[in-house]
Design a protein around this ligand. Structure first.
Ligand code: AMP
Length: 280
C-alpha cells in the first residue's frame, strides 16, 4: 500500500494504473462502514484508492471540526489489512491551494433535512468530492447509504459536471444493537451511547407500518420512540421520495426513505431506513 500526501504524486501514479480505479472518499477514523465500501471497491476494480481528509469546507460548526476524531496510524493499518492499493491523506493546502469559492446549484435535493440544518454543508461536500474525482479520475466511487442525502447530492454533482464516474451506494453497517456505525459514535458519553439504539429501533418499528398508517402517523411514531429517552433530541424526522429527497405526505407509489437526525448531547447522529410500502 502506498500513501500519498500530494495530489501530484497520486495522479502521476494513477496515470499508469492500466486498470479500473475504484475510489472510497472518507474523513478517516475508519470503522466497518468504511471498510465495507473498500471491500465493494476491491471486488469491482483493479485498484482501490481511499482518501482520508477531514474537509473543513463541509463543517458548518467549528467545534464539530475541531472535535472530529482523527487517527491516521490506525486508519492506515486497517486499510493495509484490507489490501488497499493507494491512500491519499493530504494536508488542507494540497486539496485547496486557494480557497474554493464555487457555489453549486442542485435544485431542491440539498435544501431539505441536512441541507436545512447544516447551511453550506453540501456545497462543501461538492467542492471536495469534485476535486477528489478530478485527481483520482475513478471509474467507480463508493458512498454509504448512511449519508443518504449526500449520496443523492453526489449523483446530482456527477450529472451537473458531466463526469463519467459510476456512483455506487452501499448499505448501512450497524453495531450489534442497531446503531449505525459512525466515526462520531466514539464521541458519545456512555449514557448517550446507551440511549442511541432507540434511533434505529424507532425507524425499524415504524417502517413496518409504511403504507398502513398515514405518513404523519409513521413519522410521529419514530419521534415518540426516540423521545422515550430524554437524552435524545430529535432534529427532524422526514419520510421522503428516495430520489428527490422531498417530503411526501401520502403513500404514493415509488421508493420512500425515512430519515432522522438526533442530538445526543454534543453529538449529532443521522440514520435512515427504507420506507417503501411493501406490496403483500
Ligand atoms: P465519512 O468518513 O463519515 O465522511 O464517511 C465516508 C464514507 O463512508 C461515506 O460514503 C459514508 O456514507 C460511508 N459510511 C459512513 N458510515 C457508514 C456506515 N455505517 N455504513 C455504510 N457506509 C458508511
Amino acid at each position: 500500500m502506498r500513501v500519498f500526501s500530494t495530489q501530484a504524486a497520486l495522479a502521476a501514479t494513477l496515470a499508469n494504473a492500466g486498470t479500473t480505479v475504484g475510489f472510497v472518499p472518507t474523513m478517516g477514523a475508519l470503522h466497518e462502514g468504511h471498510l465495507s465500501l473498500v471491500r465493494c471497491s476491491k471486488r469491482d476494480n483493479g485498484v482501490t484508492v481511499v482518501s482520508i481528509f477531514v474537509n473543513p469546507n463541509q463543517f458548518n460548526d467549528t467545534n464539530d471540526l475541531k472535535n472530529y476524531p482523527r487517527d491516521l496510524d490506525t486508519d492506515l493499518k486497517l486499510l493495509e489489512a484490507e489490501g488497499v492499493d493507494y491512500v491519499y491523506a493530504p494536508p488542507v493546502e494540497d486539496v485547496y491551494p486557494e480557497p474554493d469559492t464555487r457555489v453549486f446549484e442542485f435544485g431542491q435535493v440539498d435544501k431539505v433535512m441536512e441541507g436545512a440544518f447544516r447551511p453550506g454543508h453540501f456545497n462543501g461536500v461538492a467542492q471536495v468530492v469534485s476535486r477528489l474525482f478530478e485527481i483520482v479520475k475513478p471509474d467507480r466511487a463508493y458512498f454509504g447509504e448512511k449519508d443518504f442525502q449526500q449520496l443523492a447530492v453526489i449523483r446530482e454533482l456527477v450529472k451537473l459536471m458531466r463526469m463519467t464516474v459510476d456512483v455506487i451506494g452501499c448499505p448501512i453497517i450497524r453495531e450489534a444493537d442497531g446503531l449505525a456505525r459512525s466515526s462520531r459514535n466514539t464521541l458519545l458519553t456512555p449514557e448517550h451511547r446507551a440511549a442511541a439504539p432507540l434511533i434505529y429501533q424507532g425507524l425499524r418499528e415504524a417502517s413496518e407500518n409504511a403504507g398502513k398508517q398515514t405518513v404523519a402517523e409513521v413519522a410521529q411514531e419514530i419521534i415518540r420512540k426516540v423521545n422515550e429517552n430524554p437524552l435524545l433530541k430529535t432534529e427532524y424526522v422526514e419520510i421522503v421520495d428516495a430520489s428527490t429527497l422531498q417530503k411526501v405526505s401520502e403513500w404514493t407509489p415509488g421508493p420512500r426513505r425515512g430519515c432522522i437526525a438526533v442530538r445526543a448531547g454534543n453529538v449529532r447522529l443521522i440514520d435512515n431506513i427504507d420506507m417503501t410500502p411493501q406490496k403483500k
